[in-house]
Write a protein that binds this ligand. Sequence first.
Ligand SMILES: *Cc1c(COP(=O)(O)O)cnc(C)c1O
Length: 471
Amino acid sequence: MVYTDTRDKSVKTDFRTAVINGMNKDTGGLYIPVEFPKLASSFINKTPEPGFREIAFEMAKPYVEGEISDSDLMAIIQDAYPFSAPVVPVDKTSYMLELFHGPTCAFKDFGARFMARVMSYFNRNESSTLHILVATSGDTGSAVGSAFHNVPGLDVTILYPEGKVSKLQEKQLSTFDGNVRALKIKGTFDDCQKLVKTAFTDEALRSKLRLSSANSINISRLLPQSFYYMYSSLVVRSRAWGDSKIENPAIIAVVPSGNFGNLTSGLIAREMGAPITGFVAATNSNRTIPDWIATGKYEPRPSVETYANAMDVGAPSNYERIAAMYSLDEVKSLFASYWLDNDGIINSIKNCYERTGYTVDPHGAVGWKAWSDIKNGMMEKLVAGEKNDFTKPGLTPNIPKWANKVISKEALGIILETAHPAKFSSTVQSAIGISPTIPDRLEKVLSLPDKAIPMENDYNKFKEWLLANLK
Ligand SMILES: *Cc1c(COP(=O)(O)O)cnc(C)c1O
């Protein structure tokens, strides 16, 4: 596969370069494949539908062709995904896609684990270690740390702001041994990010250590997230008649979003032939994308804190890819767009529990409320001419192409449940009065000793530490 750049279409590079560089330093743009090849219809229409790993292999193949052999790719996928993505029906027209069955209980495991193994593969003939530096405000650091733990040839240093992540998140970041370690920085997330960025531009440091990043703009985190969209849409399509007596459903993926990497992966799956009719872009009060869809103006802004904190993003980095792939009019006909404030999140957790018995986390709750409102009359009112105020929680005024399928009750929603509710137990407890059961793998982390290394917010001290401790 040839990869190009969101800002300069004359750029042509390979998968390895796109993965190792993360972004194109020369243009500031993001790497993107020149095409999204459709899977064979014999594969997509197979009965029974193919399994998750089989889909993962078929989907990844064209993007690594000529750079990773089929047998090596299969090994990477087997090793990355000992878990899958269960599709759980919660009412007649809604399914939860549970993306929290990986080691850190959030969907970022899907991207991070594939990326780690691909990077290790590309580093296999190098004599020196590739050092990954990652700044985190919570979820990304643990997914990356866990994904790279004990992966040969790679080594990870996580920077997080001391006292500014939850107790559970801190345990998930700071209890690794071996090739993964955490530095707790006396500063903010932005300070952590600045230390990492300064290191990347420090030529003297880079002449001694091979450095790379692992952030969410990396194409090797985005591509694997498309696997579960294909998988779940095939599962839902084949269950539709039995579950809902709908013959030819419109399948709508409802995506709780922050940086919009997850939703971009959904677009890739659809381009490759997944039977997905449309998307709901669902955000918390950080409504930069809903505002863009409503007004046509893209205005990044500082983020605000919410209960769905992994979506607290005011300048979503994958806007760049969405805008490179589609015009605003195309986006408006493909997406409904919806945002929800903190009170709405609490009410939604409660509503979902009372109506279905399902305990949803604060991120999935944004998706649940969006889908419930859309199918229970909000889309119908919009089509009937009601004027929505997009500055209030709810739908933006654009009418997607699939609106009539929702109104005629021929649409099925797949809500992406991006984290396990136990990761946000106090918010869930305050909504439904019950604490979610903690999965064993989270419980285990709570009893491990904290190994985080304290560090001043001072670049020279940070650099000195790197040079003395990384090999
Ligand atoms: C990162 C994250 C999101 C947002 O995903 P994006 O790809 O940034 O849109 C949503 N929910 C959870 C639990 C996350 O960790």
